[in-house]
Design a protein around this ligand. Structure first.
Ligand code: FES
Ligand code: FE2
Length: 449
């Protein structure tokens, strides 16, 4: 006889591993989500990683080689040489492109076969191949320390989008990369999960950013086209701190400051500590390629170093012992701990997971639409438009008014967000100034309607 209650111990009953969500998690070529992602520009490397020594990279499950020709042009090509599939990572860069180590074929950065030196100069077969076949190559744009590429069909190539956060006056943006040993959705989820900052970065691991983070605020979500905003609005004494995490599909993310906000001092439309993309490497790995932003509107310049980027990205530095990781887990531990692909069907999503639910649902829908021939929307509504973003910290003096402070705090968040949305079509600099003026006026009036 024992006293164990049958209904309590469900280990055996629940011992099968739940399924993954293939539509979101699988991103190799020709998978629905892989094809969807291939309709956008993604960062694929840091400029500092690209040199005349070819570098092997994997993006969206595809093995590629990135290099700089001796004339300084960046090429991103398939790893396998089309002759007999030697790795281009062992190729030699030249003025015009890259030469395969095995039989010396020379390829331009666009993938043209320029030379097949071992073949007879009169060989019709070799000439025909040179004229008609190409090494797989992708277009690249180098911008401010990051190399972006478009890996989709060339007849669908979109304009390279510019975001307003590319040009915040006085801002210093430093490129960084942080690699994750897990599926991209696990890393992306965290941005649409503003609640985790109160626990993971405050209550569970000790204070990783600032004390205010440990407060649990009012959680709210906004869905606007393919822009998703997740707000955690906290009461910090007489102040209300509106912190806004941002996702622009498929994988552009911003938030507020990591270290320069704690809710104690007024702040008007402070901008994100990072401007970042979460890019699938393959189904079991992804990389955050980003700029860390420093200056009056971002984080203090003292964090402008590798350790700073790691802390901005994940709350903790990467190179730690298992014991340290268990004591103070950061984002990497939270998301990699799920396994390299989380068993999504075993989740129990709650109202605070609404952000995760709505953006995942949209990606499923957009990838389905694409299967039916409908092109996915780009972040810029019209050609040439700079994309307006809303990821931020705003901290306003707003002492408690009555007993229903939760509602009051929530209403401040929606007033701030709606005011910003209403100014969306304003020219860039004017929008910035108007948002700041409006916030200061709201605060002075003590009226946030
Ligand atoms: S395998 Fe590349 S040239 Fe022969
Ligand atoms: Fe986090």
């Amino acid at each position: 006889m024992n006293n164990f209650k049958q209904e309590d111990f469900r280990g055996y009953k629940l011992s099968t591993v739940p399924e993954i969500d293939k539509r979101l998690a699988q991103t190799n070529s020709k998978t629905p989500c892989g094809e969807y992602l291939r309709r956008y520009w993604h960062p694929v490397a840091l400029t500092s990683e690209v040199s005349e020594i070819p570098k092997e990279i994997r993006i969206l499950g595809e093995d590629l080689v990135i290099f700089k020709s001796t004339k300084g042009k960046i090429g991103l090509v398939h790893k396998a040489c089309p002759h007999r599939r030697a790795s281009m990572a062992y190729g030699k860069t030249e003025d015009e492109g890259i030469r395969c180590c095995y039989h010396g074929w020379l390829f331009s950065t666009n993938g043209e076969i320029l030379e097949t030196p071992g073949e007879n100069i009169d060989s019709k077969q070799a000439k025909k191949l040179r004229d008609t076949f190409k090494l797989g190559a992708y277009p690249v744009i180098e911008f401010n320390g990051l190399v972006f590429s478009y890996l989709g069909p060339m007849e669908k190539i979109p304009e390279f989008p510019h975001y307003d956060s590319f040009e915040i006056p006085g801002n210093i943006s430093s490129p960084y990369r942080i690699d994750y040993n897990c599926n991209w959705i696990q890393v992306l989820d965290a941005i649409m999960d503003p609640l985790h900052t109160s626990f993971l970065h405050g209550q569970s691991s000790g204070i990783q950013f600032s004390e205010g983070f440990a407060e649990v605020g009012e959680i709210d979500f906004f869905e606007r086209g393919i822009q998703y905003l997740g707000c955690n609005t906290r009461r910090i004494n007489d102040n209300v701190w509106v912190r806004v995490n941002e996702l622009i599909l498929p994988n552009f993310t911003q938030a507020g400051a990591a270290f320069a906000a704690d809710g104690t001092k007024s702040k008007y439309f402070g901008r994100s500590s990072f401007t970042r993309w979460v890019v699938p490497v393959d189904d079991h790995h992804c990389v955050a390629l980003a700029w860390a932003n420093f200056g009056d509107r971002g984080d203090p310049i003292e964090y402008n170093n590798q350790e700073g980027y790691e802390r901005i990205e994940a709350g903790e530095i990467s190179n730690r012992t298992q014991e340290e990781k268990q004591k103070n887990p950061g984002d990497a531990e939270a998301v990699e701990g799920m396994g390299s692909i989380s068993s999504h069907k075993g989740e129990h999503l709650m109202p605070t997971d609404k952000g995760v639910m709505i953006y995942r649902r949209r990606i499923r829908k957009l990838s389905k639409d694409l299967e039916e021939g409908k092109d996915p929307p780009q972040p810029q509504k019209v050609k040439g438009q700079v994309v307006r973003t809303n990821g931020q910290d705003t901290i306003l003096k707003a002492p408690k008014k009555n007993n229903n402070d939760k509602e009051y705090v929530k209403s401040i968040c929606s007033s701030v967000m709606n005011m910003q949305f209403n100014l969306e079509d304003m020219p860039l600099k004017e929008r910035d100034k108007s948002i700041i003026n409006n916030l200061q006026e709201m605060e002075a009036r003590g009226n946030f309607e």
